[in-house]
Design a protein around this ligand. Structure first.
Ligand SMILES: Nc1ncnc2c1ncn2[C@@H]1O[C@H](COP(=O)(O)OP(=O)(O)OP(=O)(O)O)[C@@H](O)[C@H]1O
Length: 243
């Protein structure tokens, strides 16, 4: 583990009226202690601030905020992270290797790798575009590039992964983190990814960031309820419309 904590430097903030400080979880953030090699950010409600915080961490790490590593300043407009200047990262030890990946920019990222001749061993020996759709190239990236002491920041990686590939991704996550050489922070809505053992899950619901057990997440409970009794579940939600 490398990144141990994130502190909001409140003394620098002059107003909480506008983005990003108007987001409840950012407003209430003091310090977030990271204590696992795999940390998840979840929020039942959309727009709870997960991407905002992840992007600020990426910016602070020096990663391209459109998604990518330090040397991947490819042409997708990097968004300014208005939060980055207001957070402090605590490291032990500090690492500079790593990667920020956003599902929606993965396609552009694959193009960039093609352009710079990146279809080499680091990416599985073939163009990412030629590896049957996003899902496979995505896994190829994890398998071939993620092997150094590094911190990886992933925003909804499940968007490019089928359920089987999410399981394959869990195996890669296991292999990369068991020796402590890699650290991941992942914003996700996937009940499969969240099931990674010994991960810490931080919920962004109810206006503050707090740790939750896997079984207590909405993602687990809703998926379980749905799969266990789909007919009943659907009856209940359709009934709400009819009332
Ligand atoms: N650049 C911006 N300027 C102003 N408001 C923004 C900006 N980016 C995001 N927001 C708003 O900030 C809030 C938090 O957004 P964010 O994308 O961080 O949430 P999230 O938890 O990642 O959501 P989701 O689960 O839908 O991906 C949302 O209300 C969003 O509309």
């Amino acid at each position: 583990m490398f990144l141990k904590g994130i502190t909001l430097q409140k003394e620098k903030i002059s107003s909480y009226q506008s983005y990003p400080f108007s987001i409840p979880v950012i407003k209430s953030l003091v310090q977030l202690h990271i204590n696992s090699n795999v940390t998840f950010f979840v929020g039942g409600e959309n727009g709870s601030g997960k991407s905002t915080l992840l992007e600020a961490i990426a910016d602070k790490c020096g990663f391209h905020t459109a998604g990518g590593g330090r040397n991947n300043a490819y042409h997708v407009d990097a968004s300014e992270s208005p939060l980055a200047d207001y957070i402090r990262l605590s490291w032990l030890p500090k690492v500079t290797n790593g990667f920020f990946l956003r599902a929606e920019t993965f396609y552009q990222f694959a193009s960039h790798i093609d352009q710079v001749g990146g279809a080499n061993a680091a990416y599985g020996g073939m163009s990412l575009h030629h590896q049957s759709h996003g899902g496979e190239s995505f896994l190829s990236l994890f398998q071939h590039r993620f092997h150094k002491k590094a911190v990886y920041l992933l925003d909804e990686p499940e968007a490019a992964l089928s359920p089987q590939r999410q399981l394959a991704f869990l195996r890669i996550l296991h292999n990369l983190t068991e020796d402590g050489n890699s650290q991941f922070i992942i914003a996700t809505h996937s009940p499969i990814l969240l099931g990674f053992p010994e991960a810490t899950i931080f919920s962004f619901d109810n206006s503050n960031i707090h740790e939750v057990a896997y079984e207590d997440t909405d993602h687990y409970q809703i998926t379980r309820g749905f799969l266990e009794n789909r007919e009943r579940f659907l009856y209940e939600i359709f009934k709400e419309d009819d009332e």
